[in-house]
Ligand binder design. Structure first.
Ligand code: ISJ
Length: 407
């Protein structure tokens, strides 16, 4: 197999280049990668363990043998040029469906430079795509767990936190939308990119969303991550918004949730890193629907550490699992009452040199034909109130709900 990357003079927005079928995307503020077609694909079966590196190690093995059979001609030589795979891993290793895709055609843009990567021979890789279709009529139905039952699970989680060494657990729920015709993922991506410019708009094998949470960006030996945990809604007026932000930055409950997430990331990264910089205090990240406590982390990776190995060590952070992780994973399996599949798992891309960007798959839906299954969760600690946590998940659903709504 031959992979060629060339510089491209192309002015159109990346998302406007995507064809309707199985688009792949990782885009923020007009930069990133879009891709389509399948040159190679891996879909993993269920593994035996909940946590642990099984699916990441299996993916690394597949990727290594794939890359060994590829001849690369790369004129661009930067992160994201040459062969690139998109990936999306299940939250729980015992769920099947972790997927890696080597697309046939990819367009990347960074720092104003654009490039085209093609696998094999494509006579006309950039054929004009038909415009994205509106979603049309939708029928909403409750998800796997009804709202009142979910709130009761939150109450049980709070009891568990008060009675055991469990300190934090993230519980999630789903809702389902059914359209009258297949949903055009490109429509969702455009709306998400417009409404959530600080987030990464992504789609991999139908899992589509806009995540604010960067699990890991690797460029050479430099690592970056943005830890989020602790959430408030946006205010209806500027005064209310400022008051909610001030209360969030001052909230012992939210800071506790946040500290667990930062600690879990730090613990996971430390063995792989030469220099880890973590600010002492979180900052505020404001999105259209919610505001979060955010901690940007930087580190230098030790030589020889594979990106998928670092990802395996990082996932699940306490932003989507809990503290301590193994106990939180048990409580999620016991109380949540649904399968997360790829929601809250790592989603992103990786090149042949180990450069890549991986987010946590949040604010998303799994789009499969006419059906979209939306997910949202929230971190539960000792002081959590079930009604407030339910409202928080409703606010988080808003990103995908709005993306699915025409007009
Ligand atoms: C679990 C989600 O979000 C995570 C949980 C947060 C919280 O509990 O405050 C905040 C950001 C994310 O780390 C989600 O969006 O589904």
């Amino acid at each position: 197999m031959t992979v060629r990357t060339v510089a491209l003079s192309e002015e159109r927005a990346l998302l406007d280049l995507l064809p309707p079928t199985a688009p792949l995307a990782w885009v923020r503020r007009g930069e990133g990668l879009v891709a389509w077609g399948t040159a190679a694909r891996l879909e993993l079966p269920a593994q035996s363990e909940r946590c642990g590196g099984g699916r990441f190690a299996a993916a690394a093995e597949w990727l290594e043998s794939l890359l060994a059979g590829i001849t690369v001609h790369d004129e661009v030589r930067r992160a994201g040029s040459g062969p690139v795979v998109f990936g999306s891993f299940t939250f729980d290793g015992r769920d099947a469906g972790s997927t890696l895709v080597l697309p046939r055609v990819l367009v990347g843009r960074r720092g104003g430079r654009t490039w085209l990567t093609v696998v094999g021979e494509e006579s006309d890789p950039l054929v004009p795509a038909p415009p994205p279709r509106p979603v049309g009529g939708l029928r909403w139905s409750p998800g796997t767990v009804r709202e009142d039952a979910w709130a009761s699970s939150v109450a049980r989680a709070v009891e568990r936190i008060r009675g055991t060494e469990l300190a934090k657990v993230v519980l999630a729920r789903d809702v389902v939308a059914e359209a009258t015709r297949p949903v055009d993922v490109r429509t969702l991506l455009r709306r998400l990119a417009r409404g959530y410019p600080d987030c990464y708009a992504y789609s991999v094998a139908g899992l589509t969303g806009a995540t604010p949470e960067l699990l890991l960006r690797r460029t050479g030996d430099r690592l970056e991550s943005l830890v989020l945990a602790g959430t408030a809604r946006r205010g209806a007026t500027e005064d209310e918004d400022t008051a909610l932000a001030a209360a969030l930055l001052d909230s012992a409950k939210n800071i506790e949730e946040h500290v667990y997430a930062v600690q879990s990331l730090r613990r996971a990264l430390e063995p792989f890193c030469a220099a880890l910089r973590v600010p002492a205090r979180p900052e505020l990240l404001r999105l259209a629907n919610v505001q979060h406590l955010a901690t940007p982390v930087r580190a230098t990776l030790r030589p020889g550490v594979a990106t998928l190995r670092a990802l395996a060590a990082l996932h699940p952070t306490a932003a989507v699992g809990g503290t301590p992780t193994p106990l939180a994973m048990e409580v999620i399996a016991e109380l949540e009452g649904m399968r997360r599949d790829r929601y809250a798992g790592p989603v992103g891309w990786l090149d042949a040199h180990g450069n890549g960007e991986w987010g946590i798959a949040l604010r998303c839906a799994h789009v499969d034909g006419r059906r979209a299954r939306l997910f949202a969760g929230s971190g539960i600690v000792a002081d959590s109130d079930p009604a407030a946590e339910l409202a928080e998940t409703t606010a988080k659903f808003h990103a995908m709900r709005a993306a699915l709504t025409d007009g």
